[in-house]
Design a protein around this ligand. Structure first.
Ligand code: ATP
Ligand code: MG
Length: 424
């Protein structure tokens, strides 16, 4: 016997007892983003490795440790996408979507891949939904994205999600802060762990994001970026806050929020839930005004976010927020003596007349009793019985499985259709 082949570590199958949650999330996301006039963009799962190195930054966790990279048959290094912004920006440039100052409000959904240590809320293949707003420099764009995510939490019915915001300033103002920060960390070099030492000169801001408890106090006492912001960045941040205030979106200003990727400037934000333990960030985003240019496009200010769908599914499951109503509503019970051709003719006639009806048809009919049992177990509300009588007359016998008092009723086909339409 062959040995069973199992799935890769950190990658999961979404089974029917959970796939309905994913489907409903996707549906609600689509409706919500559409209601803000964002259009979907789809781009490849695999890109040239160089794209991610340039975009995300060499001294980041994602590029240093987490990429799934391999050689293509022609010997080029290619990678599974670890996030969506890099590919989205590439697609926008390559397809000239922002030429002549055109703005774009785009969103995407799809699998991302990161070689991380698997744990709750941290998978090697996971799904992100993201949005990117191109070519508006003011914080009005940042505000719209944050309001749209807040609307999404409402539409999904997710409780206990808090917004944290910060400003990383323009790259000029960050330069001044960078020097001060490097000097501060050098004064405390004995406390820096290996990652921090490596990043001291390449990416000192990332050290602020460290989760190492031994560095916590030293990081807490570090100089604050907010003291080094230039007027332009301060004004931009103020604009964002005043729109959030006007729309009664509460937020916490977290001066240590720097986000894990290199490309951000000015606004950064995260939505954090208290319902998931340590993997509590369900959505993160920010402004990346220099990224399009960095990838070789014309200067195009932009802002975006990405949310982890796997973590949202966890919350919905853990808190039992939703009930599955995707199950079959109606079970077609066929008498063993009735020709399958007749049963199929009827079921196709039903699908034609009632396209929304979820009808389960048993392809290997057993006894009536066994079929009723299955229908019951499935949670069906109605059974349509196709006995020899019905096969001859063309009438429909409907049995109420959840209401013993009404029991069973016989209908002409047209009556049956209008009855079922009223049920849905
Ligand atoms: P974290 O600090 O949790 O590692 P991150 O900063 O690496 O997050 P982003 O790159 O900003 O995350 O991705 C946005 C969102 O995607 C995260 O907030 C999270 O919800 C989700 N996400 C990121 N990595 C994973 C993963 N390995 N498994 C599941 N979801 C993930
Ligand atoms: Mg990460």
């Amino acid at each position: 016997m062959n040995k069973k082949i199992s799935r890769l570590r950190g990658m999961y199958d979404v089974l029917p007892d959970e796939s309905w949650i994913w489907q409903r999330i996707e549906h609600i996301v689509e409706e919500t983003f559409q209601s803000y006039s964002y259009q979907q963009i789809r781009f490849p799962i695999v890109e040239k490795t160089q794209l991610f190195h340039t975009t995300i930054g060499e001294a980041t966790d994602v590029v240093e440790k987490e990429m799934f990279s391999f050689q293509s048959r022609s010997g080029n290094s290619i990678s599974l996408r670890p996030e969506g912004t890099a590919g989205c920006v590439r697609a926008v440039i390559q397809n000239q979507l922002c030429n002549r100052g055109a703005t774009q409000k785009l969103w995407y959904i799809g699998p991302m891949f990161r070689y991380e240590r698997p744990q709750k809320g941290r998978n090697r293949q996971f799904t992100q939904i993201g949005a990117e707003y191109f070519n508006v420099e003011s914080a009005h764009a940042d505000a719209e994205l944050i309001l749209m995510t807040a609307r999404l939490w409402k539409n999904l019915g997710l409780p206990n999600i808090q917004l944290e915001i910060n400003s990383l300033g323009t790259s000029q103002s960050r330069k001044a802060y960078r020097e001060v920060l490097i000097a501060y960390f050098q004064q405390h070099s004995e406390l820096l762990d290996e990652d921090a030492q490596r990043r001291l000169l390449t990416n000192p801001l990332r050290i602020l994001d460290s989760k190492n408890p031994n560095m916590k106090e030293m990081i807490n006492n570090a100089p604050l970026l907010s003291d080094y912001l230039d007027d332009e960045s301060k004004e931009h941040f103020q604009q964002l806050k005043s729109i959030l205030d006007a729309c009664k979106i509460s937020y916490k200003i977290n001066p240590k929020l720097v986000r894990g990727l290199d490309y951000y400037s000015k606004t950064v934000f995260e939505w954090i839930t208290t319902d998931l333990g340590s993997q509590g960030t369900i959505c993160g985003g920010g402004r990346y005004d220099s990224l399009v240019e960095l990838q070789g496009g014309k200067p195009t200010p932009a802002v975006g976010f990405a949310m982890g769908v796997d973590r949202i599914v966890e919350i919905i499951k853990d808190l039992k927020l939703w009930q599955n109503n995707n199950e079959s509503k109606t079970y077609l019970i066929v008498d063993k003596e009735v020709a399958m051709e007749t049963a199929y003719e009827l079921s196709e006639k039903i699908h034609q007349a009632l396209p929304q009806l979820r009808l389960f048809m048993n392809q290997s009919p057993t006894s009536f009793k066994a079929q009723f049992k299955k229908a019951d177990k499935m949670g069906a509300q109605f059974a349509i019985i196709v006995g020899q009588e019905e096969a001859k007359s063309g009438k429909i016998t409907l049995k109420y499985l959840r209401n013993k008092e009404i029991g069973q009723q016989s209908f002409e086909f047209a009556e049956f259709v209008s009855f079922m339409n009223k049920q849905q």
